[in-house]
Ligand binder design. Structure first.
Ligand code: SAM
Length: 171
């Protein structure tokens, strides 16, 4: 899988801790290598780093005071996920044909106009409001099919079961 990264903008520490953690865990589980978090939140960083430590993988979380600089200095293809964008199914082939690594941008509250302007693609997963977690998961699945089956080679791994919880601990 080629590299992909996620920029999570507008994180509000007082109310977005859980959903931003889920954005980061979804990014990791679906194969991204890094998430940038605008507005530092040590609780989110700690939760995500604990998962990486236990379940493995090469995934980093970085906070940035300047998300616009992250986006404008990135050489990745920028795909902004927004309910106002073009339907993903009309653009998947174009994005894949570009053959470039991707920086996904997802918001929290209303995103600033520069995100629309700076992005190579403004893409909707349906044109109804829902969630950054759902949008990211579906976009990554469309662009990196099957990436959620990546092997992470961590200390802990799940042994799939039809009936109960089981994990292997190789630490
Ligand atoms: N009203 C907000 C706005 O103006 O963007 C919606 C915020 S929504 C709770 C948070 C984020 O979820 C958005 O910034 C976007 O990244 C993502 N999102 C929500 N619905 C989406 C959709 N239908 N397609 C793509 N992304 C979506």
């Amino acid at each position: 899988m080629s590299i992909c990264e996620v920029l999570r903008i507008g994180h509000r520490p007082e109310r977005d801790k859980r959903i931003t953690t889920h954005v980061a865990l979804t990014a990791r589980a679906f194969g991204a290598s890094r998430i940038y978090l605008s507005n530092p939140d040590s609780r989110v960083i700690k939760s995500v780093e604990e998962v990486v430590d236990k379940f493995g993988g090469d995934f980093s979380i970085e906070s940035t005071p300047n998300p616009k600089k992250v986006a404008s200095s990135s050489n990745l293809l920028i795909v902004h996920l927004t309910m106002f964008g073009l339907p993903i199914d009309t653009k998947v082939e174009d994005i894949i044909t570009e053959g470039r690594d991707i920086l996904f941008i997802v918001g929290a509250e209303k995103v600033p106009a520069w995100v629309f302007e700076l992005s190579d693609y403004n893409i909707a997963i349906g044109n109804q409001p829902h969630s950054e977690v759902a949008a990211l998961a579906i976009a990554m699945n469309k662009l990196y099919p099957n990436s959620y089956n990546t092997e992470f080679d961590g200390k802990l791994s799940v042994i799939p079961s039809a009936t109960h919880r089981e994990m292997k601990d190789s630490s």
